[in-house]
Ligand binder design. Structure first.
Ligand code: ZN
Ligand code: ZN
Length: 515
């Protein structure tokens, strides 16, 4: 298949693209005695065109960059004609690839700002957040448009590229974060693995995200800006003994978003494919080769392009709780729960659940929710190992504390672990929770909810329940806040209202196996 959908001749023929160039400014006057060669003038290249509703996902606009260019600055605009109610209006993303090319997974990527910015620049010394500083080498560069939504009338765009002449400035020096923080040895560590900054469509600076993570009581975060690695080189001084910062990316395709968690410094993961293109497994492998995790994000988010359409075969975990608890999270938990039973029946690894804030800007709270992971150490590798194994539970905030075990036949297992016992041996399940006043503890197996208990208004509570490996292939716990009317909710019932209040905590399962 073509490396980029826009390369299909049938699609390209639909595009009407105009191009005009001109000198933006006269060359500065040289002092009469200067022996230096004349400084070439800055040049402006203006690219205009029209895209139909059937435009390709990515439209490549070539720009010839001559020698001696110090900085490339791009500004763009497009029309927004009135559309009938319920019809998407125009929305167009933008990014930049250098002379190394636009091949999928190639080396030419220089940045992406989605629809968040109308202008950006790149030089050896600096770049607009979302873009990569580095050499401005001569050759054919490409501005890439991503017409995300196109009105029935089509989309008229204007892209103005300014090629600023001069000697390159000093090279940008990235400062990557350490792969280990001080930690407490093998312990439970709290971390939010889905966070945005000004390097994509967030309004928080990286330093504000790091401060917010500390204020939320987190031990680690993963940086996941959309479709760029540009923040990786700024996190170094913001990490510390008390805060591990792991590098990542939110890979934002048109068929769903996935978190690439635990990337190598500067590693970029391409996003320019749909489910039908068959490219996702290749990029999942790329992330795994670096020791990272592949995690479908907010799989039922109703926004355009946000629902997960790539299946779960190449996933290491799934984000079932994204930001404030909403109805799409209920769907994600239901699907995840159904997959647990299927995986256990087929003897496959089950898919761990994750919860992350996806916080972009104030007042979206960092760490609500987050993962509490049993890890050997507070290091990139150990934390990712814990998440991969499902030795984790999801917390609405650091105020929520939880312990969950199953004991039988003289053996004991915790969250994400297996308990192997004689089929009919009693298995005692114990859940201890605090920080959810008046909440409801639910114990669920492959049969659904089998136990429910209301928590006290203050202090910790311990819920005990007995089962066997013959009755349950797994057991997991949920803790819900009271419903908006103050009632606890009622399991195993149906009615017009949602049966439960918002999630306060959710565990990965303990699996039960008959000897
Ligand atoms: Zn997303
Ligand atoms: Zn996100």
């Amino acid at each position: 298949m073509p490396t980029d959908p826009s390369a299909r001749p049938g699609r390209r023929a639909l595009l009407r693209t105009g191009l005009a160039t001109g000198a933006a400014a006269a060359a500065p006057a040289l002092p009469p005695s200067s022996p230096a060669a004349p400084v070439p003038a800055d040049r402006v290249v203006t690219l205009t065109g029209w895209l139909p509703t059937g435009a390709p996902d990515f439209v490549l606009l070539p720009v010839e960059v001559p020698p001696g260019v110090r900085e490339i600055a791009v500004a763009y605009d497009y029309d927004r004609p009135a559309v009938p109610p319920g019809t998407p209006g125009n929305s167009c993303d933008i990014g930049l690839f250098d002379q190394r090319g636009t091949d999928l997974g190639g080396r030419g990527f220089r940045g992406w700002s989605g629809g968040f910015r109308t202008s950006f620049s790149v030089s050896a010394t600096a770049a607009t957040p979302g873009y990569l500083p580095g050499p401005v080498d001569p050759g054919t560069w490409h501005v890439v448009l991503g017409p995300y939504q196109v009105a029935p009338q089509g989309l008229n765009y204007t892209v103005r590229v300014t090629l600023r002449s001069g000697a390159p400035g000093p090279a940008f020096t990235p400062h990557y974060p350490a792969e280990r923080a001080r930690g407490r040895g093998r312990a439970w560590y709290r971390g939010d693995c889905h966070l945005h900054t000004v390097h994509s469509d967030g309004r928080r600076l990286p330093e504000e995200v790091a401060a917010g993570a500390r204020a939320a009581g987190l031990d680690f975060i993963v940086s996941t800006d959309h479709n760029t690695s540009s923040s990786h080189g700024v996190w170094g001084p913001l990490a510390g003994d008390d805060l591990l910062i792991v590098l990542g990316e939110e890979v934002t395709t048109r068929n769903g978003h996935w978190l690439a968690l635990g990337l190598d410094p500067g590693q970029f993961v391409d996003w320019r494919y749909r489910s039908r293109d068959g490219q996702f497994p290749r990029f999942a492998r790329q992330v795994r080769r670096s020791g990272g995790l592949v995690v479908p994000a907010h799989p039922y988010c109703p926004y355009v392009g946000c629902q997960w359409k790539f299946g779960h075969r190449d996933a290491d975990a799934v984000e079932v709780w994204n930001g404030p608890w909403t109805y799409d999270d209920e769907s994600a938990v239901d699907t995840w729960d159904a997959q647990l039973a299927t995986a256990l029946r087929e003897g496959r690894d089950w898919l761990p659940a994750m919860g992350n804030s996806d916080a972009h800007s104030d007042p979206q709270p960092i760490g609500s929710p987050h993962n509490v992971v049993l890890a050997d150490d507070l290091s990139r590798a150990a934390v990712l190992d814990g998440l991969r194994a499902g030795r984790s539970w999801l917390a609405g905030s650091a105020a929520v504390q939880l312990e969950f075990t199953a004991t039988g036949h003289g053996r004991r297992a915790g969250i994400g672990e297996r308990l192997t016992v004689p089929a009919d041996a009693p298995v005692d399940v114990e859940l201890t929770v605090s920080g959810v006043p008046g909440g409801t503890a639910r114990l669920l197996t492959d049969e659904g909810q089998l136990h429910q208990e209301t928590l006290p208004a203050t202090g910790p509570a311990t819920v005990r329940w007995r089962t066997t490996a013959s009755l349950a292939s797994y057991v997991r716990a949920e803790v819900r806040h009271p419903k908006p009317d103050g009632t606890p909710g009622r399991g195993n019932s149906m009615g017009p209202d949602l049966p439960w209040g918002p999630m306060a905590a959710l565990t990965n399962p303990i699996t039960l196996h008959a000897q």
